[in-house]
Design a protein. Sequence first.
Length: 141
Amino acid sequence: MTWRPARRERGAAAVEFALVVPLLLTLVLGIISYGYLLSFRQSLSQAAAEGARAAAVAPATSDRQAIAFAAVGSTLEATCLDDADSLTCSTATPPGCRCLEVSVSWDYAADASKPKFVFGFALPETLTYTSTVQVNQVDAP
């Protein structure tokens, strides 16, 4: 003899499935969205470090800001000076320090190429990183 569910329990599995699947899909898509965000955040941090490193090793007579922006742009495959990109770059020299700061900011909310599977909920609007390096200027003999 085979077991058969009672007549009143026939659609219970379908109802449970319909209730659980949206929650499960939201969770999975949220994990994917945050994973992509964290990966991009690491790329942005690396770009700031690359820009600062490139400017630090540049000759003292060169335009360090242009060199830093070029390094950031090549790392992220975007340009710092183009208004069409979501990327904003800046450099600064802290007072009393032979240092150079390179700041990189990305407008994550306005960038349509980045996934926002959780509909922008709890995602940052902008990602900003600053990298500081000491600039040793060697005088020519």
